[in-house]
Design a protein around this ligand. Structure first.
Ligand code: PLP
Length: 424
């Protein structure tokens, strides 16, 4: 039984939650019923600061009537029409262009899906299909890094750098993990497989769910150079880092790298509708777009759903109009300072972050060894002080909406310190 100090809220429901210990969760759930900007409310009327932007996606904050209006207007006009074959709908056409214009590659083409995991599967198949189309079908190996998180679909499970997430593995053949911040190891892995067998390297600009791991200076650039030298596609997984989290559109611009594929989801709609996709650079799209006979036999029913695309268009307008990319850049230092200020607490080992409006507090290994449930206990304790944060392995994660203020960050810092003091 959870003894988090809240009234127990047993909610009789068949809802089986993702990544959840259902044995305890079924006895106590926090049901969120309402939200406005950086705040959410539960069924007891308790208000919380959304310290994680839900699951890293509420970039423009909650309750944006412009997005809601855009979605309802779209649903009244055209509830849905599919985008397979030669069919299209206007929001999908428009959003594809808006995204392609902002992507850090030439002649980008946009393939829509319903989320991040969908898009990882798409990028994996697209990379292999590209090489098959240009006469190198033996290029099938996919590389990823330890600590990486690329969702939990088939390929994402195979590409899981968090070992516990490789449920049911081996899931896909020809997938190899490399150390997270070592371009020489990436080079060795490619040479060992034989470059003529390697298709793509999947890379989060800043590793998110794996614990907010900021790459050392020069790593991303060096890894991209290794890929280029061996003709391996560089896939930037911008699912967390995109749409403002790193102060730009796709996160990877921060490192001056021009990727071959970009995977996006989450912040593209700030969660108002489920949507994801892949941007393929012109040279990757070319065999399919410029030559007859090559078809990417892949796609989901809801690809380019007009209501989701309408949400994306309105979301991009808000990000731009309210200067939220610049605001994110301005807030990353203040967030890092506040997390640093908590490292004097005995339960905290160190703080991570400072690149992007996201951060983590790594917990003290001694206390963690003595109390493996410590991250979860701290999440509950901080929640009692009105702030939602997430346990991520041995750390606590922070990624507020990009509309947060420095006063909000003070509120978060005070709540975290109070929660830490409650436990120790
Ligand atoms: N890639 C990254 C970097 C992610 O953080 C996530 C989700 O957190 C995904 C992919 C998977 O996205 P989704 O949960 O929408 O399938």
């Amino acid at each position: 039984t959870m003894t988090d100090g809240f009234a127990q809220r047993p909610v009789e429901s068949a809802l089986w939650a993702p990544f959840a210990p259902m044995h305890s969760v079924r006895q106590s759930r926090t049901t969120i019923v309402r939200a406005d900007d950086v705040w959410v409310w539960d069924t007891d009327g308790q208000r919380y600061f959304d310290g994680t932007a839900s699951l890293w996606y509420s970039n423009v904050g909650h309750g944006r009537t412009e997005i809601v209006d855009a979605v309802t207007r779209q649903l009244r006009t055209l509830d849905a029409y599919q985008c397979f074959g030669d069919f299209a709908n206007e929001p999908a056409l428009r959003l594809a262009d808006e995204i392609a214009q902002r992507a850090p590659m030439d002649g980008g083409k946009v393939f829509f899906t319903s989320g991040g995991g969908d898009s990882i599967d798409t990028a994996a198949k697209m990379a292999r299909a590209y090489f098959a189309a240009i006469g190198q079908p033996e290029r099938t190996v996919l590389l990823h890094r330890e600590h990486s998180y690329h969702g939990t679909h088939g390929f994402g499970t195979a590409l899981a750098g968090i070992p516990g997430n490789r449920v049911g593995a081996p899931f896909a053949p020809n997938v190899t993990q490399v150390p997270h911040f070592d371009p020489a190891a990436l080079d060795r892995a490619i040479v060992e497989h034989g470059p003529e067998r390697v298709a793509a390297f999947f890379c989060e600009p800043v590793i998110g769910a794996g614990g907010v791991l900021v790459p050392p200076t020069g790593y991303i650039e060096a890894a991209a150079a290794v890929c280029r030298r061996h003709g391996v596609l560089f896939v930037a997984d911008a699912v967390i880092c995109g749409f403002g989290r790193l102060g730009n559109w796709f996160g990877i611009e921060r490192f001056g790298v021009r990727p071959d594929l970009v995977v996006f989801a989450k912040g593209v709609t700030s969660g108002y509708q489920p949507l994801g996709g892949v941007v393929a650079a012109g040279h990757v799209a070319e065999p399919f777009w410029d030559e007859p006979g090559n078809i990417l036999r892949h796609g989901q029913t809801y690809a380019g759903h007009p209501a989701a695309c309408a949400a994306g268009i309105a979301n991009i307008e808000i990000l731009e109009r309210d200067g939220l990319l610049q605001r994110s850049l301005k807030l990353e230092g203040p967030l890092a300072e506040r997390l640093d200020s908590l490292t004097d607490h005995p339960l905290v080992d160190h703080a991570r972050g400072g690149t992007g409006f996201m951060g983590a507090l790594e917990l003290d290994p001694g206390y963690l060894a003595a109390t493996p449930g410590l991250p979860g206990q701290l999440m509950q304790a901080v929640r009692r002080h009105g702030v939602l944060i997430r346990p991520m392995g041995s750390a606590l994660g922070f990624s507020p909406p990009l509309t947060a203020t420095e006063e909000h960050l003070d509120f978060v810092t005070d709540a975290v310190r109070a929660g830490l003091d409650d436990i120790h």
